[in-house]
Design a protein around this ligand. Sequence first.
Ligand code: HEM
Ligand code: HEM
Length: 178
Amino acid sequence: MERTPLNTRDRFAGYSPVSILLHWLTAVAVVTLFLTHEDEFAAIHLGIGILAIPLFLFRTGWRVARGYPRITDQPAIFNFAARLVTLAFLLCILTVSVTGLAIPPLEGDPIAFFGLGAVTVPMQPNRALAEIFGEAHDLAGHAFLPLVALHILGALKHHFIDRDAVLVRMFRPVARGK
Ligand code: HEM
Ligand code: HEM
């Protein structure tokens, strides 16, 4: 069966170059942050987190502002599940960003950046809130695992079973795309 080609002149068919760059930078950042979440890498994790936050916030706003390309031709439940997974990604990204930055000051620690500098936020430590934020961060952080698994399975289903352009469209931009 022929693969359905990507119409790169149809702006509802795919993503803009900016979206594609943001997608793959996000994927690298999320994987790196996941791999550094154990205690012994705490300083690296925080430093990379600080670098990733502007990217995370920008890409979330960018997606909300731009919307998604056209849904693909498959049973509605699959389209619904796919959208749910990417929305859950954006929600988890927001949650780890806000809580990750708030935890050090809530614990009375400075926000340190790779030993290059540190900012002490003038606020009262609040260990109870730090605990709750820590739980939320842990939960959202681990939620990436099943989400990434579903997301990759979906991408592979599209590419090898449906033989449509869904995986291709996260590599090849379309003119004035989403
Ligand atoms: C996808 C991205 C991220 C994942 C998967 C992730 C995952 C985790 C996990 C699983 C922990 C251990 C939680 C615990 O033991 O309570 C942790 C801790 C931490 N993360 Fe992240 N994180 C991410 C992004 C960030 C970001 C953006 C920041 C902010 C700068 C950040 C800052 C922290 C801090 C400060 C801790 C220590 C929390 C504590 O002392 O309990 N993380 N992270
Ligand atoms: C932690 C890693 C990843 C995250 C957080 C992530 C997140 C997202 C998000 C939020 C979207 C919606 C569009 C956007 O806002 O950019 C998306 C779309 C997409 N992602 Fe990922 N992604 C990750 C990894 C991957 C990987 C490894 C693949 C390839 C197997 C992949 C393939 C795709 C494809 C093909 C789309 C387009 C789906 C569509 O247009 O319906 N992603 N991803």
